[in-house]
Design a protein around this ligand. Structure first.
Ligand code: ASP
Length: 355
Protein backbone atom coordinates (compact mmCIF):
# COMPACT_ATOMS: atom_id res chain seq x y z
CA UNK A 1 0.00 0.00 0.00
CA UNK A 2 1.45 3.33 -1.01
CA UNK A 3 0.22 6.58 0.40
CA UNK A 4 1.49 10.02 -0.13
CA UNK A 5 1.44 12.47 2.70
CA UNK A 6 1.86 16.13 2.46
CA UNK A 7 1.47 18.56 5.26
CA UNK A 8 -0.36 21.76 4.65
CA UNK A 9 0.79 23.27 7.90
CA UNK A 10 3.19 25.39 5.90
CA UNK A 11 0.66 26.56 3.36
CA UNK A 12 0.56 30.32 3.24
CA UNK A 13 -2.67 31.83 4.41
CA UNK A 14 -3.20 34.73 2.07
CA UNK A 15 -6.86 35.48 2.40
CA UNK A 16 -7.92 38.18 0.03
CA UNK A 17 -9.87 40.83 1.87
CA UNK A 18 -13.02 40.28 -0.18
CA UNK A 19 -12.96 36.53 0.13
CA UNK A 20 -12.29 36.41 3.86
CA UNK A 21 -14.97 34.59 5.80
CA UNK A 22 -15.78 34.12 9.45
CA UNK A 23 -13.90 30.94 10.26
CA UNK A 24 -16.26 28.59 12.04
CA UNK A 25 -15.14 25.38 10.37
CA UNK A 26 -11.99 23.67 9.25
CA UNK A 27 -12.09 23.36 5.48
CA UNK A 28 -12.11 19.94 3.82
CA UNK A 29 -11.79 18.80 0.23
CA UNK A 30 -12.42 15.34 -1.25
CA UNK A 31 -11.58 14.49 -4.87
CA UNK A 32 -12.19 11.57 -7.20
CA UNK A 33 -10.75 10.81 -10.62
CA UNK A 34 -13.09 7.99 -11.62
CA UNK A 35 -13.78 4.40 -10.57
CA UNK A 36 -13.48 1.14 -12.48
CA UNK A 37 -11.29 -1.88 -13.11
CA UNK A 38 -8.19 -0.03 -11.95
CA UNK A 39 -5.55 -2.56 -10.94
CA UNK A 40 -1.88 -2.34 -10.00
CA UNK A 41 -0.84 -4.71 -12.76
CA UNK A 42 -2.57 -2.68 -15.49
CA UNK A 43 -1.56 0.72 -14.13
CA UNK A 44 2.07 -0.23 -13.49
CA UNK A 45 4.42 1.75 -11.26
CA UNK A 46 4.65 4.60 -13.76
CA UNK A 47 0.90 4.99 -14.09
CA UNK A 48 0.42 4.65 -10.35
CA UNK A 49 2.89 7.45 -9.71
CA UNK A 50 1.45 9.70 -12.42
CA UNK A 51 -2.13 9.41 -11.14
CA UNK A 52 -1.11 10.03 -7.52
CA UNK A 53 0.80 13.13 -8.53
CA UNK A 54 -2.13 14.45 -10.56
CA UNK A 55 -4.62 13.76 -7.77
CA UNK A 56 -2.40 15.57 -5.32
CA UNK A 57 -1.93 18.58 -7.58
CA UNK A 58 -5.67 18.89 -8.18
CA UNK A 59 -6.47 18.58 -4.48
CA UNK A 60 -3.89 21.21 -3.59
CA UNK A 61 -5.41 23.63 -6.11
CA UNK A 62 -8.73 23.46 -4.25
CA UNK A 63 -7.01 23.47 -0.85
CA UNK A 64 -5.26 26.70 -1.78
CA UNK A 65 -8.59 28.37 -2.50
CA UNK A 66 -10.09 27.14 0.77
CA UNK A 67 -7.00 28.05 2.78
CA UNK A 68 -7.18 31.58 1.43
CA UNK A 69 -10.73 31.88 2.76
CA UNK A 70 -12.43 31.11 -0.56
CA UNK A 71 -15.78 29.39 -0.92
CA UNK A 72 -16.42 25.69 -1.35
CA UNK A 73 -17.91 26.48 -4.75
CA UNK A 74 -14.73 28.25 -5.92
CA UNK A 75 -12.61 25.38 -4.61
CA UNK A 76 -14.68 22.82 -6.50
CA UNK A 77 -14.36 24.79 -9.73
CA UNK A 78 -10.62 25.43 -9.30
CA UNK A 79 -9.89 21.76 -8.61
CA UNK A 80 -11.94 20.52 -11.54
CA UNK A 81 -10.28 22.98 -13.92
CA UNK A 82 -6.92 21.44 -13.05
CA UNK A 83 -8.34 17.96 -13.71
CA UNK A 84 -10.01 19.10 -16.94
CA UNK A 85 -6.60 20.22 -18.20
CA UNK A 86 -4.94 16.94 -17.17
CA UNK A 87 -5.07 14.30 -19.94
CA UNK A 88 -4.94 11.50 -17.36
CA UNK A 89 -8.57 12.18 -16.50
CA UNK A 90 -11.71 11.68 -18.53
CA UNK A 91 -12.77 15.32 -18.51
CA UNK A 92 -12.19 18.03 -21.13
CA UNK A 93 -8.54 17.42 -22.24
CA UNK A 94 -8.18 13.66 -22.17
CA UNK A 95 -11.92 12.97 -22.38
CA UNK A 96 -13.05 9.69 -23.91
CA UNK A 97 -14.41 9.66 -27.47
CA UNK A 98 -17.90 8.97 -28.70
CA UNK A 99 -18.33 6.22 -31.30
CA UNK A 100 -18.09 8.93 -33.95
CA UNK A 101 -14.75 10.17 -32.69
CA UNK A 102 -15.77 13.37 -30.90
CA UNK A 103 -15.38 14.53 -27.33
CA UNK A 104 -18.83 15.36 -25.92
CA UNK A 105 -18.44 16.80 -22.44
CA UNK A 106 -20.78 16.85 -19.43
CA UNK A 107 -20.38 18.80 -16.17
CA UNK A 108 -22.36 20.07 -13.20
CA UNK A 109 -21.89 22.07 -10.03
CA UNK A 110 -24.09 22.70 -6.98
CA UNK A 111 -23.95 25.10 -4.05
CA UNK A 112 -25.12 23.54 -0.79
CA UNK A 113 -25.85 26.91 0.81
CA UNK A 114 -28.38 28.15 -1.76
CA UNK A 115 -29.28 24.90 -3.58
CA UNK A 116 -28.39 26.72 -6.79
CA UNK A 117 -27.03 24.44 -9.50
CA UNK A 118 -25.73 24.55 -13.06
CA UNK A 119 -25.14 21.79 -15.58
CA UNK A 120 -24.11 21.27 -19.19
CA UNK A 121 -24.25 18.20 -21.42
CA UNK A 122 -22.77 17.34 -24.80
CA UNK A 123 -20.65 20.46 -25.05
CA UNK A 124 -17.75 20.36 -27.52
CA UNK A 125 -16.02 23.71 -27.54
CA UNK A 126 -15.81 25.31 -24.12
CA UNK A 127 -12.31 24.85 -22.67
CA UNK A 128 -13.56 24.33 -19.11
CA UNK A 129 -16.99 22.61 -19.00
CA UNK A 130 -17.13 23.06 -15.21
CA UNK A 131 -16.86 26.83 -15.62
CA UNK A 132 -19.64 26.66 -18.19
CA UNK A 133 -21.82 24.78 -15.68
CA UNK A 134 -20.96 27.47 -13.13
CA UNK A 135 -21.91 30.18 -15.64
CA UNK A 136 -25.27 28.48 -16.28
CA UNK A 137 -25.81 28.61 -12.51
CA UNK A 138 -24.60 32.17 -11.97
CA UNK A 139 -25.48 33.95 -15.21
CA UNK A 140 -28.56 32.28 -16.66
CA UNK A 141 -32.06 31.64 -15.35
CA UNK A 142 -31.58 27.90 -16.04
CA UNK A 143 -30.11 24.88 -14.35
CA UNK A 144 -29.14 22.87 -17.42
CA UNK A 145 -28.08 23.65 -20.99
CA UNK A 146 -26.92 21.32 -23.76
CA UNK A 147 -24.77 21.10 -26.83
CA UNK A 148 -24.32 24.06 -29.22
CA UNK A 149 -26.65 26.30 -27.23
CA UNK A 150 -24.55 25.78 -24.12
CA UNK A 151 -21.26 26.41 -25.93
CA UNK A 152 -22.72 29.55 -27.54
CA UNK A 153 -23.80 30.76 -24.11
CA UNK A 154 -20.24 30.12 -22.89
CA UNK A 155 -18.84 32.24 -25.72
CA UNK A 156 -21.33 34.99 -24.90
CA UNK A 157 -20.27 35.16 -21.27
CA UNK A 158 -16.60 35.22 -22.27
CA UNK A 159 -15.52 31.61 -21.70
CA UNK A 160 -12.71 30.49 -24.01
CA UNK A 161 -13.88 28.43 -27.00
CA UNK A 162 -11.62 25.80 -28.60
CA UNK A 163 -11.71 23.36 -31.48
CA UNK A 164 -12.94 19.91 -30.43
CA UNK A 165 -9.46 18.54 -31.25
CA UNK A 166 -8.13 20.56 -28.30
CA UNK A 167 -9.50 17.77 -26.07
CA UNK A 168 -7.77 15.02 -28.10
CA UNK A 169 -5.40 12.62 -26.32
CA UNK A 170 -3.56 9.78 -28.03
CA UNK A 171 -4.20 7.20 -25.31
CA UNK A 172 -7.98 7.77 -25.33
CA UNK A 173 -8.03 7.64 -29.12
CA UNK A 174 -6.14 4.35 -29.14
CA UNK A 175 -8.45 2.98 -26.46
CA UNK A 176 -11.49 3.89 -28.59
CA UNK A 177 -10.05 2.30 -31.74
CA UNK A 178 -9.25 -0.85 -29.77
CA UNK A 179 -12.72 -1.04 -28.23
CA UNK A 180 -14.56 -0.46 -31.51
CA UNK A 181 -12.46 -3.09 -33.29
CA UNK A 182 -13.04 -5.59 -30.47
CA UNK A 183 -16.78 -4.96 -30.67
CA UNK A 184 -16.79 -5.15 -34.47
CA UNK A 185 -18.04 -1.57 -34.77
CA UNK A 186 -16.85 0.89 -37.45
CA UNK A 187 -13.81 2.99 -36.54
CA UNK A 188 -14.30 6.69 -37.37
CA UNK A 189 -11.50 8.66 -39.07
CA UNK A 190 -8.86 10.17 -36.81
CA UNK A 191 -10.26 13.58 -35.78
CA UNK A 192 -9.31 16.56 -37.93
CA UNK A 193 -6.87 18.75 -36.06
CA UNK A 194 -5.45 15.88 -33.98
CA UNK A 195 -1.67 15.53 -34.00
CA UNK A 196 -0.29 13.06 -36.53
CA UNK A 197 -0.43 9.44 -35.43
CA UNK A 198 2.74 8.55 -33.52
CA UNK A 199 4.86 5.97 -35.33
CA UNK A 200 5.89 2.79 -33.62
CA UNK A 201 9.13 4.47 -32.61
CA UNK A 202 7.40 7.46 -31.05
CA UNK A 203 6.05 6.33 -27.70
CA UNK A 204 2.78 7.74 -26.46
CA UNK A 205 3.70 9.82 -23.42
CA UNK A 206 1.66 7.70 -21.06
CA UNK A 207 -0.50 4.85 -22.18
CA UNK A 208 -2.79 2.94 -19.89
CA UNK A 209 -4.33 -0.08 -21.54
CA UNK A 210 -7.98 0.12 -20.59
CA UNK A 211 -9.03 -3.04 -22.40
CA UNK A 212 -10.07 -4.62 -19.11
CA UNK A 213 -12.63 -1.89 -18.53
CA UNK A 214 -14.20 -0.61 -21.72
CA UNK A 215 -16.16 1.98 -19.80
CA UNK A 216 -12.90 3.84 -19.51
CA UNK A 217 -12.65 5.59 -16.19
CA UNK A 218 -11.29 8.94 -15.23
CA UNK A 219 -14.41 11.02 -14.58
CA UNK A 220 -13.58 13.80 -12.15
CA UNK A 221 -15.46 15.01 -9.09
CA UNK A 222 -14.94 17.21 -6.05
CA UNK A 223 -16.81 17.96 -2.84
CA UNK A 224 -15.65 20.73 -0.53
CA UNK A 225 -16.46 22.37 2.81
CA UNK A 226 -15.31 25.94 3.42
CA UNK A 227 -14.57 27.77 6.65
CA UNK A 228 -18.09 29.22 6.74
CA UNK A 229 -19.55 25.73 6.89
CA UNK A 230 -20.90 25.73 3.34
CA UNK A 231 -20.51 22.69 1.11
CA UNK A 232 -20.48 22.28 -2.67
CA UNK A 233 -20.09 19.52 -5.23
CA UNK A 234 -19.06 19.31 -8.88
CA UNK A 235 -18.46 16.64 -11.51
CA UNK A 236 -16.95 16.78 -15.01
CA UNK A 237 -16.60 13.98 -17.57
CA UNK A 238 -16.37 12.89 -21.16
CA UNK A 239 -18.88 10.17 -20.30
CA UNK A 240 -18.60 6.58 -21.51
CA UNK A 241 -16.09 5.64 -24.19
CA UNK A 242 -17.69 4.61 -27.48
CA UNK A 243 -21.06 6.14 -26.48
CA UNK A 244 -23.54 7.02 -29.16
CA UNK A 245 -23.42 10.75 -29.93
CA UNK A 246 -26.04 12.46 -27.78
CA UNK A 247 -25.84 10.00 -24.90
CA UNK A 248 -25.81 11.77 -21.53
CA UNK A 249 -24.82 10.09 -18.27
CA UNK A 250 -25.37 10.95 -14.63
CA UNK A 251 -22.54 13.46 -14.21
CA UNK A 252 -24.53 16.53 -15.32
CA UNK A 253 -27.77 15.33 -13.71
CA UNK A 254 -28.37 17.13 -10.42
CA UNK A 255 -29.40 14.53 -7.85
CA UNK A 256 -27.78 11.65 -9.76
CA UNK A 257 -24.08 12.44 -10.33
CA UNK A 258 -23.88 15.62 -8.28
CA UNK A 259 -25.74 17.03 -5.28
CA UNK A 260 -25.06 19.45 -2.43
CA UNK A 261 -27.21 20.73 0.40
CA UNK A 262 -26.04 22.26 3.66
CA UNK A 263 -28.91 20.37 5.27
CA UNK A 264 -27.42 16.99 4.47
CA UNK A 265 -24.34 16.42 2.32
CA UNK A 266 -22.38 16.95 -0.89
CA UNK A 267 -21.81 14.05 -3.30
CA UNK A 268 -20.03 13.48 -6.61
CA UNK A 269 -20.44 10.13 -8.34
CA UNK A 270 -18.63 8.09 -10.98
CA UNK A 271 -19.61 4.85 -12.67
CA UNK A 272 -22.09 3.46 -15.16
CA UNK A 273 -24.23 6.55 -15.38
CA UNK A 274 -27.50 4.93 -16.37
CA UNK A 275 -27.74 3.18 -12.97
CA UNK A 276 -26.81 6.33 -11.08
CA UNK A 277 -29.58 8.22 -12.86
CA UNK A 278 -32.17 5.56 -12.18
CA UNK A 279 -31.30 5.51 -8.48
CA UNK A 280 -30.76 9.26 -8.12
CA UNK A 281 -27.63 8.22 -6.26
CA UNK A 282 -26.30 11.56 -5.03
CA UNK A 283 -29.64 12.78 -3.67
CA UNK A 284 -30.48 9.33 -2.31
CA UNK A 285 -27.35 9.39 -0.15
CA UNK A 286 -28.13 12.89 1.12
CA UNK A 287 -31.71 11.89 1.90
CA UNK A 288 -30.49 8.96 4.00
CA UNK A 289 -28.32 11.40 5.93
CA UNK A 290 -31.07 13.97 6.31
CA UNK A 291 -34.18 11.91 6.91
CA UNK A 292 -32.75 8.72 8.43
CA UNK A 293 -29.93 10.36 10.37
CA UNK A 294 -27.37 7.98 8.86
CA UNK A 295 -23.64 8.63 9.05
CA UNK A 296 -22.30 9.66 5.67
CA UNK A 297 -20.17 6.52 5.23
CA UNK A 298 -23.13 4.27 6.06
CA UNK A 299 -25.43 6.18 3.71
CA UNK A 300 -22.91 6.01 0.85
CA UNK A 301 -22.29 2.28 1.44
CA UNK A 302 -26.03 1.59 1.58
CA UNK A 303 -26.56 3.11 -1.85
CA UNK A 304 -23.39 1.79 -3.53
CA UNK A 305 -23.19 -1.67 -2.00
CA UNK A 306 -26.89 -2.44 -1.78
CA UNK A 307 -29.04 -0.35 -4.11
CA UNK A 308 -26.50 -0.02 -6.96
CA UNK A 309 -25.33 -3.62 -6.70
CA UNK A 310 -28.92 -4.86 -6.71
CA UNK A 311 -29.20 -3.37 -10.20
CA UNK A 312 -25.73 -4.75 -11.14
CA UNK A 313 -24.39 -1.22 -11.52
CA UNK A 314 -20.80 -0.32 -10.76
CA UNK A 315 -18.99 2.79 -9.62
CA UNK A 316 -18.51 4.93 -6.57
CA UNK A 317 -18.98 8.24 -4.79
CA UNK A 318 -17.19 10.77 -2.67
CA UNK A 319 -19.27 12.50 -0.01
CA UNK A 320 -18.97 15.15 2.68
CA UNK A 321 -21.19 16.67 5.37
CA UNK A 322 -21.21 20.27 6.63
CA UNK A 323 -19.67 19.04 9.91
CA UNK A 324 -16.69 17.67 8.01
CA UNK A 325 -17.38 13.93 7.89
CA UNK A 326 -16.14 12.43 4.63
CA UNK A 327 -16.76 9.16 2.81
CA UNK A 328 -15.54 7.15 -0.16
CA UNK A 329 -17.62 4.21 -1.31
CA UNK A 330 -17.13 2.14 -4.48
CA UNK A 331 -17.77 -1.40 -5.64
CA UNK A 332 -15.04 -1.52 -8.28
CA UNK A 333 -11.40 -2.66 -7.92
CA UNK A 334 -10.32 0.94 -7.74
CA UNK A 335 -11.27 4.59 -7.53
CA UNK A 336 -8.77 7.42 -7.96
CA UNK A 337 -9.27 9.55 -4.87
CA UNK A 338 -7.79 12.03 -2.40
CA UNK A 339 -8.83 13.96 0.68
CA UNK A 340 -7.43 16.73 2.79
CA UNK A 341 -8.66 18.64 5.85
CA UNK A 342 -7.24 21.94 7.07
CA UNK A 343 -4.14 21.33 9.16
CA UNK A 344 -4.05 17.66 8.17
CA UNK A 345 -2.20 15.51 5.70
CA UNK A 346 -3.38 14.60 2.24
CA UNK A 347 -4.26 10.98 1.60
CA UNK A 348 -4.29 9.67 -1.94
CA UNK A 349 -5.69 6.24 -2.83
CA UNK A 350 -6.31 4.20 -5.95
CA UNK A 351 -7.07 0.54 -5.17
CA UNK A 352 -9.77 -0.95 -2.96
CA UNK A 353 -7.25 -2.35 -0.47
CA UNK A 354 -6.07 1.14 0.48
CA UNK A 355 -7.71 3.40 3.07
N1 ASP B 1 -20.66 8.42 -14.82
C1 ASP B 1 -20.06 8.75 -16.09
C2 ASP B 1 -21.10 8.60 -17.16
O1 ASP B 1 -21.89 7.67 -17.10
C3 ASP B 1 -18.88 7.90 -16.44
C4 ASP B 1 -17.92 7.57 -15.32
O2 ASP B 1 -18.05 8.10 -14.24
O3 ASP B 1 -16.98 6.78 -15.55
O4 ASP B 1 -21.10 9.35 -18.10
Amino acid sequence: MRRFWLTVATMAVCAAAGAQQTATHKWTIVVHGGAGVIQRVALGPEGDKAYRKSLEEATMAGAKVLDAGGTALDAVEATLKVMEDDPLFNAARGAVFSAEGHNELDASIMDGASLKAGAVAGVMHTHYPISLARAVMDKSPYVMMISTGADNFGAKVGLQQVDNSFFFSESRWQALVKQLKQEGRPVPPRPAGAPPEPGKTVPVAFYYDEAADPRSHGTTGVVALDRSGNIAAGTSTGGMQGKMPGRVGDSPIIGAGTYASNQSCAVSATGSGEYFIRLGVAREICNLVRFKGMKIQDAADEVIHHELEALHGDGGVIALTPDGQTAFSFNTPGMFRARLTEGGKITVGIYNDEQ
